[in-house]
Design a protein around this ligand. Structure first.
Ligand code: TYR
Length: 445
């Protein structure tokens, strides 16, 4: 048997895990969700959920991974067996589903990088940009080509392995991402009239908050932190016992959340400065922002930088989603990393085709009233991830609590003072809160 790989350094692990967390969820989804759900009020609820349930489940996942040095399914099998590996199996299923539509949107960002260079986006009128976007995503061929390119890039990184593929790519791409983000924020908040956007994001209006808002914030927290499907179990499984795992989980949570807030500070002030509508929904980054860039001097360069930023963020996340599936086939099915990456990559590409076509040709095709893309998104972010998080909490809190405590203390032999607080969250608060919010959001309660 080949020895299991480890991360080369603590920084390498933190950057890879933050790379997983920071993605389209932070830059594309978070600002428009805040825009649609009352700005600061959404932000506050989101922050409260992230630093209680989110952080606790993040730590729980990393601990499960490190204790077993196994993939998401194998980890549960090794620790307990019975029906528990089903939690990992749902995670692997979620990985197929999420990556299939994630890669479609990531493909759009590559196309928009090209469009910003060619000047095709240098148009000030959002309506015209809306028809460009609508025309592009409804096209039966072009988005599929970009979807294929993006999946190929993802496969390329994963097949190179944990150290020379994922860690190396993260160490180059994550600093680039932070640099681009800073440049763009400085540009955005120094626009005349930007203050209103900042105020919108930071001052809470609770009149718009309903249980639906809270449930949106919860699924967003799971999606954004890459929780509930075993990505952090898988990344944690390559950690050595010498690392301070709790502090790593804290760093990853903090980095992910800061990037979401920074993306809000990048997008909302610019949108307000030019008098656009912050609740423009998913089109905010592909329609409203290009209009904003078109109003700026050297706008094409900023537009290119923005879509590059989005593409990089998407790539390091996609890599972690593919790794969840590949690690399972490599560990438990004895398939080579190369073949597992390529085969799974092709299957996910194929699964993404109906999602892409649901924006055009298959627009009329609905299941439970949802188009294919929306259905995939709903099933994974609204159901599979929170439910996965619920069982992961219960597992750590009730089934392997003693071992989990030991693992947390493994690097220095000291059980941290907050351990029982974490225990209360994973045993009671997280499972109950997730179940309650889920049922409220579904309208069952
Ligand atoms: N966290 C990523 C984002 O915000 C998406 C993601 C979701 C990545 C689940 C991994 C994962 O397991 O875009």
């Amino acid at each position: 048997m080949i020895k299991r790989e480890h991360w080369g350094s603590r920084l390498g692990f933190i950057l890879a895990a933050a790379g997983s967390a920071v993605g389209l969820g932070n830059i594309w989804k978070f600002p428009y969700m805040a825009g649609e759900n009352g700005g600061g009020a959404f932000l506050l609820i989101y922050l409260a959920l992230v630093f209680t349930i989110g952080l606790s489940v993040m730590l729980a996942e990393m601990v499960i991974g490190r204790m077993t040095a196994k993939n998401a399914i194998g980890a549960f099998a090794k620790l307990k067996g019975g029906a528990w590996p089903l939690v990992g199996l749902c995670g692997v299923a979620a990985a197929f589903i999420i990556l299939s539509f994630y890669s479609v949107v990531a493909g759009w960002t590559i196309s928009y990088m090209v469009k910003s260079i060619t000047g095709a986006l240098a148009i000030e009128d959002p309506a015209a940009l809306g028809s460009i976007f609508g025309g592009f995503i409804a096209d039966p061929v072009s988005p599929l080509i970009y979807h294929a390119i993006f999946m190929a890039l993802t496969v390329f990184v994963v097949l190179a392995g944990v150290g020379s593929g994922i860690e190396r790519a993260s160490k180059i791409l994550m600093p680039a991402l932070f640099a681009l983000l800073l440049v763009l924020i400085v540009r955005s908040v120094t626009l005349p009239g930007a203050g209103e956007g900042i105020a919108f994001l930071l001052s809470p209006d609770f009149s718009k908050v309903t249980w639906a808002t809270v449930s949106e914030a919860l699924s967003q927290a799971f999606f954004s932190l890459s929780l509930g499907m075993g990505a952090m179990i898988t990344y944690g499984s390559y950690l050595s016992k010498k690392e301070n795992i709790a502090s790593s989980a804290g760093w990853v949570t903090l980095l992910d959340t800061s990037v979401a807030v920074m993306a809000g500070l990048l997008i909302l002030p610019a949108v307000f400065a030019f008098g656009f509508d912050p609740s423009a929904g998913p089109g905010l980054t592909f329609i409203t922002l290009p209009a904003v860039f078109a109003h700026m001097p050297m706008g094409s360069i900023f537009a290119f930088m923005f879509f590059l930023l989005l593409g990089i963020a998407a790539l390091t996340s996609a890599v972690s989603i593919l790794e969840v599936v590949v690690a399972y086939f490599v560990d438990d099915r004895g398939i080579s990393r190369k073949w597992a990456s390529i085969t799974v990559g092709v299957i996910i590409f194929l699964l993404g085709i109906p999602s892409s076509l649901s924006m055009g040709l298959m627009g009329e095709f609905k299941i439970f009233g949802l188009g294919f893309f929306d259905l995939m998104d709903y099933v994974s972010s609204k159901l599979l991830l929170p439910i996965g998080g619920l069982f992961i909490s219960l597992f750590v809190g009730w089934v392997v609590w003693g071992k989990a405590k030991e693992d947390i203390a493994a690097h220095n032999g000291v059980v941290p003072f907050w351990i029982n607080g974490w225990g209360i969250i994973v045993k009671f608060i997280a499972p109950l809160a997730i179940a309650f919010i889920l049922l409220k959001g579904l309208g069952v309660l």
